[in-house]
Design a protein around this ligand. Structure first.
Ligand SMILES: [Zn+2]
Length: 326
């Protein structure tokens, strides 16, 4: 496997068929890296660093007053003081593209765009399983349709790919694609493919060992939620966590990775182990709460506010946006 050189230009996506999807996705996603947005004029937190908001599991569609909820969340983000410098999403931007037809997929992305245009800062998007068209046994979109697979996300929300990295005021951000096709089920699984792992190694090599790094992945690397709520001996499903996260973690552990953010489970979870540079793993709740049906086990609809301090440390706070109840 060749190591991809870091590039500062986007690689435009080309149509991807179902058959060639796994390899093609690697081809058009593994080749680029964008330099950061060095905004000026944004207010800085007292620490001398900057803040960003982590919005995950937004799941917009036209039901359950989801558009209004997203509007309220974006208003809350816009009103933050000091202002955040950007928004990083954690995936599942729309309700579901896996098992609906092309028209529904287009409608959901249209609704997302209509609300997202009100956000006053730049955003970077992590791909979630529900952002992928037709990866389900009961798929209603054909592999030949443009709404199939990851291409629509890559072209419109991923700057041409499904994973990327960028720099911001001394910090490095890596946005991973944690969703892979599962040949055994005809659905998806949590997995970082080989091409992406090679890209990750090259990206970190360029960044070096001292720069503080934050990683975003939709599907968690690790989670104790199933153990906590169901059975301490319960294992996670193939789609519940990233199956090769232990290998990814070994790559990350050689670097100054402060934080791995994830979504997918809609819960707020923080895992800290005093090993390997003390990387913290945070699952960031959900903008949609329980898919717009209310709080998740008492945890309200909300988003994460991450402050990156000048000394290389961070603080994280989950914030409710006080969604209006119908
Ligand atoms: Zn998900």
């Amino acid at each position: 496997m060749s190591v991809f050189p870091p590039r500062k230009t986007n690689v435009s996506a080309s149509p991807v068929s179902r058959r060639s999807l796994l390899t093609r996705v690697a081809a058009f996603t593994g080749l680029w890296s964008v330099s950061g947005v060095e905004k000026s004029g944004a207010k800085q937190p007292a620490s001398g660093g900057f803040s960003f908001a982590f919005l995950t599991d937004i799941h917009i569609d036209r039901h359950r007053e989801a558009p209004r909820g997203v509007r309220e969340c974006i208003s809350a983000v816009n009103a933050l003081a000091p202002s955040v410098e950007f928004v990083l999403t954690g995936g599942d931007l729309i309700m579901d593209a896996l098992a609906v037809d092309a028209g529904s997929i287009r409608e959901q992305w249209h609704l997302f765009d209509e609300e997202w245009k009100n956000l006053r800062v730049k955003s970077y998007h992590t791909i979630g399983n529900h952002d992928i068209g037709g990866w389900a046994k009961d798929a209603k979109v054909a592999a030949s349709e443009p709404e199939y697979g990851k291409e629509l996300f890559a072209r419109r929300y991923g700057n041409g790919g499904t994973y990327q990295s960028f720099d911001h005021l001394g910090w490095h951000f890596i946005v991973l694609d944690s969703v892979a096709y599962d040949e055994t089920t005809g659905g998806y699984q949590g997995w970082i493919d080989d091409a992406q792992l090679e890209w990750l190694k090259a990206d970190l090599l360029r960044v070096g060992k001292t720069t503080p790094v934050i990683v975003s992945t939709h599907i968690p690397f690790f989670s104790v939620w199933g153990q906590y709520t169901a059975d301490p001996r319960k294992g996670e499903s193939r789609g519940g966590v990233v199956g090769n996260a232990h290998l990814v973690r070994k790559v990350l552990s050689d670097y100054n990775v402060k934080l791995v953010l994830c979504g997918h489970g809609h819960v707020s979870e923080r895992i800290e182990l005093s090993h390997h540079n003390r990387t913290t793993y945070i699952q960031g709740g959900a903008v949609s709460g329980m898919w717009w049906k209310g709080p998740v086990h008492g945890n309200p609809e909300g988003f994460g506010l991450v402050s990156c301090h000048a000394d290389g440390n961070f603080t994280y706070e989950y914030q409710s946006y006080n969604r209006t109840r119908a």
